[in-house]
Design a protein around this ligand. Sequence first.
Ligand code: X90
Length: 275
Amino acid sequence: MVKIVADSSCDLKSFPDLSFETVPLTLSTDERSYVDGLDLNVTEVLDYLYSHHGRSYTACPSTQSWLDAFEGADEIYVVTITSGLSGTYSSANTAKEQYLSEHPGVKICVVDSLSTGPGMVLLIEKIAEWKAQGKTFEEIESEIVNYQKSLKLYFALQSLHNLAVNGRVSKLIASAIGIMNVRILGTASPQGTIDPVAKCRGDRRVLEKLVEEIRACGYQGGKVRICHVENPAFADQIAEKLREAFGEIDLSIIPARGLCSYYAERGGIILGCER
Ligand code: X90
């Protein structure tokens, strides 16, 4: 059986016509812990975390949770959140080694997305598309890297608080926003870390700047996936602007699950596109 397994930061819960499963990260405070599973209520968790004054943090999936997801499959594609910000890629590789030692002959390809959310969605969709076309494991394993190079990830966030307290972005960068309607526009660096691009005052400005950046990176109307944290209106505005500029595009909008909601924070959006 062919199976695609991703961690919960991909924001998808299911995938049509194919065996697909997500493995959860966890979100916690010193008092509570939430598994980013299919039934997690994001609004409730965000309400709790914003009212909680102590520290909060996240943890990558355990090796065992990957192994459980691999069970029964013999051709497995794993897509993880960037290794530049999380131990998830490393835990997936540990699980791969263990599964292979117990199931010789199985094929497992672990892809470090160097991205998250919508960047992972594009990778998962491409693997599924290639599989439907009958490509072999070896072809997919060697071609996915080139496809990955054609992808770009952007984000527009209203707060970098959770990224900063967990050491994923410098406190200096984080302190510049969260005041006076300032939004930060950023991108994923080639190493899969956070690369701030601009500070923008207000939604209209960040929208203009985002479309400008997308154009400048060489985008010409390829696929776009947008994940949002309780902000479908902003995602719709981005979609509209992109269609004005580039015509009909294959674009979809996805609500963020727990992990991306925690780090991208309320109002945040993450956008992945093909160049
Ligand atoms: O292992 C763990 O505990 C998970 C740590 C994840 C840390 C960062 C998640 C970022 C999610 C923020 C905007 C997108 C930035 C992507 C740059 C590659 C969302």
